[in-house]
Design a protein around this ligand. Sequence first.
Ligand code: NAD
Ligand code: UFG
Length: 338
Amino acid sequence: MRFLLTGGAGYIGSHTCVCLLEAGHEVVVLDNFINSCPESIRRVEKITGKKVALYEGDCCDEAFVNRVLDEQPIDAAVHFAGLKAVGESVSIPLRYYQNNLGATLTLCKCLAAHNVKRIVFSSSATVYGDSKIVPMSENLPMGSCTNPYGWTKWMSERILQDAAFADPEWSVMLLRYFNPVGAHESGLIGEDPIGMPNNLMPLICRAAGGKLPMLSVFGSDYDTPDGTCVRDYIHVMDLANGHLKALEYAVSHKGVEIVNLGTGEGYSVLQMIRTFEEANDLKLPWRMADRRPGDIAASYSNPAKAADLLGWKATHTLNDMCRDAWHWQTLNPNGYRA
Ligand code: NAD
Ligand code: UFG
């Protein structure tokens, strides 16, 4: 089958390209490179020995998306394209709403015009809000988001559900990712944040590589076993594989399914630091710091639905995630920039 990946040159998209190509599918990538570069796709082609049809342009541009779909008949789309920096979304909310909601609406309109009513959407555990209930199951009520980025995920889920309610021909998979980390085992593709990252793993890698003098652990007084925040870190290749399973499901079912993609295991920031040190035989410089506003104490998934519905389970350990993230970083200290 042939699948369209909007935002397919980005971190999760590029790893999903590898997974889909290796499963024998064809991949069409549409990306404006606002947070990525074509080199990731060249690396995907190197890993797989297969070609990707790559289109540079904006997913909010209806004429452009229609042209891609005219030229490339597809079976389903995976919609990764979006801006994702939580802090930035607080500073420039309208840009986030315009880009993330605009891209979702435009893509749906163009897909429907081409009679392709199958979409897999990149949502986030952020839609659970400040839930005190863990593990988080898909049937938890959606929470109140703490930032515009989170609301764009919340609203996109709503838009896609309403579209499917109005037209039962739609197949919609809302995938709620927990905390994706790690890289392809080759070290050829990985996470390449532009500017100073906000997420824990890229910051750990910077601290390990000497680019960040000291890692701050945000908060030591949470109601968790060691006082630091707990998250469900998931290897990006497991996540990529979840998209393959979701696409296989989407092409043979109609309606909406919401599916968590996480391991079901929660690890604290201190456990992550220790595992990274052990996996890579190094010492990280770190210190305790104040809580980061907006962080919740614990977030981890109930992954049972993904297993039941899709036959999917994460297989990589935290050790694998730390090893592969550092392998990518050591081979590519400046990311995709030479
Ligand atoms: P990323 O920034 O690496 O990838 C997103 C890609 O979309 C980039 O290549 C960017 O250039 C592209 N893009 C953005 N706006 C576009 C537009 N209007 N038109 C065309 N291309 C556009 O991010 P990622 O980590 O790979 O995340 C992929 C998706 O998963 C995003 O929607 C993100 O919000 C979501 N998500 C990510 C995480 C995470 O922690 N990485 C967690 C939950 C959900
Ligand atoms: N942390 C530190 N020090 C740092 C950076 C992070 O201690 O320098 C801690 C945070 O306080 C948090 C944990 O590491 O407890 C993970 O933080 P991340 O920023 O890596 O991830 P978050 O769980 O805060 O956010 C992620 C995604 C969001 C998504 C959210 C909910 O980045 O896009 O999960 O799914 F909205």
